[in-house]
Design a binder for this molecule. Sequence first.
Ligand code: URA
Length: 262
Amino acid sequence: MESAIDWHTAKALLEWQVELGATEAIGDAPVDRFAEAEAAAQAAAAAQEAPVATPQSAGARTDPVAEAEAAARGAADLDALRAALAAYPHCALKQGARSLVFADGRAGARVMIVGEAPGREEDLEGRPFVGRAGRLLDRMLAAIGLDRAAAAPEGSVYITNVLPWRPPRNREPTAEETAMMLPFLRRHIALAAPEVLVVMGNSSAQALLGRRGITRLRGQWDEALGLPALPMLHPAYLLRNPHARRMAWEDMLTLAARLEGA
Ligand code: URA
C-alpha cells in the first residue's frame, strides 16, 4: 500500500517514538510470541549448520564509486544511462525519493544546465526545476530566447542535476553522494554533448569545477570536462536574495553573447 508520508519522514517519526521510550510496535493483528521464539530458535540452529563464509567472500568489499564508473561507462545512450542510474543500489537517497529525476528539455541542445538536486515538486513530478526556483529559471531563460520546451536545439536547453534523487529536507548533497553520482553526471554530459555548460549554484560548482564560492565564480567562463562552463547563481538563491537578480541578468547576457558569437 502506498504510504501518505515519505521514507525520511517515516524514519524520523519512528526515531522520535524510540526516543520517547517506545520499544515495540503494536499492530492490528495479534502476534503469537511463542511461535516467534520457536522460529527464532530454529533459525539459529539452521545458521549454525550453514557453511561459514570463506575469507574471500567475507572480505569482498564493494566500491560504490568504482561501480558507478563501470555502470556509467557501460551506458551507450541516455536511455541506458537512466536505466543504469535506476539500477544503481548504493545511494541511500533513492530509498526516500519518489522519483528518479533524470533530465528535462532537449538532449542535443547547445546549453546544458546542471543544478543541485530535486526538491519536493521535482520529486513528485520526476522532472528537474519545476518548482518555484524552476519557474524563475524558465523566466530567466526566456529573457534570452531559450525555452526547455523548444523543439529546435538552438532555442532549447537540457537540464539535469548533480543528484537525481531528492535529499531529505532539501539538504545539500554530501561529498559521498556527489562522488557516487559524479560518474553518471560526467557520462550524462558526454552523451548529451552540449556546446556549453551552465553550472548552477555551489553544489554544481563543487562537482564540475572542484570548488565552491559561487558568488565569486559566477559570470566568468571556466572549463569543465573540456567544455566552456559558466557558473551562475542558483535561482533558489535569487528567490531568497532578490537584490542578486541584477547579477543573474548580467550572467544570462554573458551566456547569450557566447551563443550568438559561437
Ligand atoms: N533546485 C535544483 O538544483 N534542482 C532542481 O531540480 C530543483 C531545485
